[in-house]
Design a protein around this ligand. Structure first.
Ligand code: CAO
Length: 415
């Protein structure tokens, strides 16, 4: 079976998480991704958070499937020659170096265009043009600068970062979309272009509803679906909303049976308006269906705390899975709080290829997250990440280097 991006060749200059997330997706869609790594060192994550001595870490392996790895000293003049050849033979160059690193290497946009006018140059940077454009940025910096941290957590606590890697993996996703759009446009223009995904911008894009709320707060001075309403005062910025839903249907995380000992015995419960009657029946509070304090969504807003307390008295009598089953029979939206252990053992996620077991020659079997995007005509087979420089000879041969030339490059530590 063919793959969506068959025939697309990616020069992958990415490292750590944001860029590799992007190129891994492109590889899963069928692109030939050639990861260029520093000779002798490789992507720093190969050695970070190691759990098996001398084997590539899970941090690296889980972000670099289906790629080929070559080592190359791009600061060496002979290494630059190899890079010239690679640029000429690839469709997309993806990088997430610190700002200016590619220029300092001698590969400015103009130079790359000279070598290959069809080349798409795609970059992750921490910030777009502006006061912080030269800063190096990691995940949590982006979460803070993109508005996520100030709006995450509880009202009486400090800003919080989230475990979802919205700065790194989130930006990688944005960049991948920009790349496929640029490839599509190239079909008509014949030209490459620059694609930039800034981490701050990507996080803000994912926090769009909070900028919505900022403007509602500016206009009305209150956010009635927030837990601060009606008892606390609102300031001039969107406050942290705890576990409130962020949409027009109030929700909260409620304890389930076993919460005293199991930190994940909780369920997310949404009091969606169309099923309000069903909710009242399930929890045995049928008088709330017509009670003026509870009958309409508007009336309920100032009673959300007591409503969730009452629902929790019911959820605490059920395990999260029992509650999930009963509530779904009535189309009441809810979600169990699943631990990573439960997710790792979930057979349905294995069946769909979302959780995949991969074999690696140095570390043995490990679990990874497969392609979360499923396509009917472009199936993903997850292939283990490459060892450092595993494909150097193979790729150089494809580029036209003979065995002697390759041996000479090795001797001079260019590859
Ligand atoms: N051969 C020779 N040199 C190479 C090379 C190769 N194959 N690959 C990279 N280098 C060099 C670069 O040219 C750069 O050299 P100079 O600083 O002399 O120009 C150097 O290696 C280091 O690159 P870097 O500055 O990108 O790496 P860092 O570890 O200092 O910074 C990071 C890491 C992530 C903070 C920075 O790359 C960054 O801000 N990237 C953009 C934002 C981003 O992606 N952040 C997410 C990180 S987690 O996904």
């Amino acid at each position: 079976m063919s793959k969506a991006l068959d025939g697309v060749r990616i020069l992958d200059f990415t490292h750590v998480q944001s860029g590799p997330t992007c190129t891994q997706l492109l590889a899963w869609f069928g692109a030939d991704v050639i990861k260029v790594e520093k000779a002798g060192e490789g992507d720093a994550t190969r050695g970070q958070l190691r759990d098996v001595p001398d084997a590539d870490s899970l941090y690296f392996t889980m972000l670099n499937h289906n790629k080929r790895s070559i080592t190359l000293d791009t600061k060496n003049p002979k290494g630059k020659e190899v890079l010239n050849t690679l640029i000429k033979s690839c469709d997309v160059l993806v990088e997430n170096f610190a700002p200016g690193a590619l220029d300092r290497m001698g590969f400015t946009w103009e130079r790359i265009q000279e070598l290959n006018p069809r080349m798409i140059v795609a970059s992750v940077k921490g910030f777009g043009p502006g006061p912080y454009e030269d800063c190096k940025v990691y995940e949590n910096v982006a979460q803070c600068a993109g508005g996520s941290a100030s709006t995450t957590g509880f009202d009486d606590g400090p800003p919080l970062v989230t475990g979802a890697q919205i700065g790194d993996s989130g930006t990688g996703l944005h960049l991948a979309l920009g790349i496929v759009a640029a490839l599509y446009q190239r079909n008509t223009t014949g030209r490459g272009q620059k694609v930039l995904a800034a981490m701050q911008d990507s996080v803000l894009n994912l926090c769009r509803v909070k900028l919505r709320d900022q403007q509602r707060l500016d206009r009305t001075g209150v956010l009635k679906e927030y837990p601060q309403y009606p008892d606390s005062k609102f300031g001039d910025a969107v406050p942290r909303a705890g576990n409130a839903s962020g949409g027009g249907q109030p929700g909260w995380i409620l304890k389930c049976k076993g919460w005293e000992t199991d930190p994940n015995a909780y369920i997310y419960f949404i009091t969606q308006a169309p099923v309000w009657g069903a909710i009242c029946k399930v929890i045995g509070q049928e008088d709330w269906i017509t009670h003026p304090d509870y009958a309409t969504p508007a009336a309920r807003l100032s009673h959300l705390k007591s409503i969730f307390d009452r629902i929790e008295a019911w959820t605490m009598t059920k395990t999260k899975f029992e509650a999930m089953k009963i509530l779904n029979e009535f189309d009441i939206p809810c979600g169990p709080i699943l631990s990573m252990k439960e997710i790792a053992e979930d057979q349905s996620l294995r069946a769909t290829g979302t959780v995949v077991e991969v074999d690696h020659p140095k570390r043995g079997k490990y679990l990874t997250v497969g392609n979360p995007i499923k396509m009917s005509d472009s199936l993903t087979e997850v292939v283990r990440s490459p060892l450092l420089g595993e494909h150097t000879e193979e790729v150089l041969t494809e580029l036209g280097y003979g065995l002697e030339a390759i041996a000479a490059l090795r001797k001079e530590k260019v590859v």
